[in-house]
Design a protein around this ligand. Structure first.
Ligand SMILES: *Cc1c(COP(=O)(O)O)cnc(C)c1O
Length: 437
């Protein structure tokens, strides 16, 4: 299978090649040249998440050097569970898909680990890669954990100082050896701009080979289909019906993976996107006009995206705007509603949401009565303990810290402040690549 740019079908690559390239040369996003078809019978019932992932991704690696390593790569990426937990106390059949049991307690661990394991197979022997990442909180930690101590990669993280949660900041800065963390004296947009400028900088291209691990990389997007496949097949086999999913959404990566899983044949019913006050996609569904804007800071900071990049992939998946709007719906949730949902669901369901997952829960409670007999899956994207400063005052008690997070919080922080300018970053990257030679 080959993949081509959303902007030009003649710009094409194998999956392995797209992992290093990230974005297509023309600035578009890579998409598969055709959609394979799968059926529930393709997936042996007793398979774990890792085997299910390799069955699902097999058609995408056909003819690619990555194909020979697919089982091993999935084994490394999916070495922690994505449990589907019944939501008892809900007014109808509902479950929570818990995606926060990985090393950094957010769903981004799945994609980051697949990308790291895949790159090691496709690039590991071709010299050192510098993985440059701008992060608004969760991506950086997941990428650092996935690439830590890989001898063929250096990781450079840029995050906006003071604009991520205290525990997220710790998780970004607790690494050593091949991971360096910079607290940029600016916003997330500054961090992203510096990364884009670094990629275009001819001086830097001479000293290091830059690669990105952001959420438009197919190596992060495609494997995210696996947990939707697993959850939907469980319900399909157990109840003979398709579940609907409510997905907390920012850059539209996780939601696009869900839509793609349904398009290739998995038993998925409706997909509802839950956004925070950054409602670009909600407005698009309501008014039919795509109007990207600056991001607004909210409690669910990992979803603070005003111009979701993966929209370009949704447009490719559903070229007809009418059809796109009939296949997906979206609802926005305010910070006030996030707080209310966290507080009341702790009381009525004994469930503590992170501020991102709470957007999905809020949308669930808005469902009309007649739709409550359907099986709804609420996607929980991060562990609430990562956001204790928001959650604990609302529920009036502490949230137990999972062991993976506790281990990271014990490590010392090492990071450096960095002015929000390319020349400052260039100095640092030059210094580190000279040192590692
Ligand atoms: C990144 C993130 C999101 C948004 O996911 P997208 O794929 O960008 O839409 C939601 N919740 C959490 C906790 C995240 O880290």
């Amino acid at each position: 299978m080959r993949f081509h740019s959303t902007r030009d079908r003649t710009v094409s690559a194998t999956l392995g090649e797209t992992l290093t390239a990230g974005v297509a040369a023309d600035g578009g996003l890579y998409v598969p040249e055709r959609l394979p078809r799968v059926s529930p019978d393709d997936f042996p019932p007793g398979d774990g998440l890792d085997r299910m992932a390799s069955t699902l991704l097999r058609p995408f690696t056909e003819g690619d050097p990555l194909d020979a390593h697919l089982e091993a790569v999935c084994g490394r990426a999916f070495n922690f569970p994505a449990p589907l937990v019944r939501l008892s106390g809900a007014p109808g059949p509902a479950s929570v898909l818990e995606l926060f049991h990985g090393p950094t307690c957010a769903f981004k661990d799945f994609g980051a680990r697949f990308l790291a394991a895949g790159l090691e197979c496709t690039h590991g022997r071709n010299g050192k890669l510098t993985i440059l990442v701008a992060t608004s909180g969760d991506t950086g930690g997941a990428v650092a954990a996935a690439f830590h101590r890989a001898p063929w990669a250096d990781v450079v993280l840029l995050y906006p100082k003071g604009r991520v949660s205290p525990r997220q900041a710790h998780q970004l800065a607790c690494w050593d050896e091949n991971v360096r963390t910079f607290a940029v004296l600016g916003t997330f947009d500054d961090c992203q701009r510096m990364v884009k400028e670094a990629f275009r900088d001819p001086g830097l291209a001479r000293v290091c080979r830059l690669s990105s691990a952001n959420s438009i990389n197919l190596g992060r997007l495609l494997p995210q289909m696996a947990y939707y496949a697993d959850a939907s097949l469980r319900i399909w086999r157990g109840e003979g019906r398709k579940p609907n999913f409510i997905v907390p959404t920012g850059n539209l990566g996780n939601a696009t993976a869900c839509a793609l899983a349904r398009e290739i044949g998995l038993p998925i019913g409706d997909i509802v996107l839950a956004t925070n006050e950054n409602r670009t996609i909600v407005d698009y569904f309501e008014r039919g006009v795509w109007e990207p804007r600056d991001a607004i800071a909210t409690l669910s900071s990992a979803m603070d995206v005003g111009n979701p990049s993966n929209f370009e992939r949704l447009r490719w998946l559903f070229p007809d705007a009418q059809r796109l709007r009939s296949r997906l719906t979206a609802q926005a949730v305010s910070d006030r509603q996030v707080r209310e949902t966290i507080r009341s669901d702790e009381a009525r369901l004994h469930r503590v949401w992170c501020p991102h997952s709470a957007t999905a829960a809020c949308v669930y409670w808005r469902l009309p009565e007649k739709r409550r007999d359907e099986h709804w899956v609420l996607v929980a994207t991060a562990h609430p303990a990562k956001f204790s400063e928001v959650i604990e005052p609302l529920i009036g008690r502490t949230v137990p810290v999972p062991p993976a997070l506790a281990a990271l919080l014990q490590l010392p922080r090492r990071e450096q402040d960095l002015p929000p300018r390319l020349d400052a970053l260039r100095e640092e990257l030059r210094g580190s690549s000279a040192g590692s030679r």
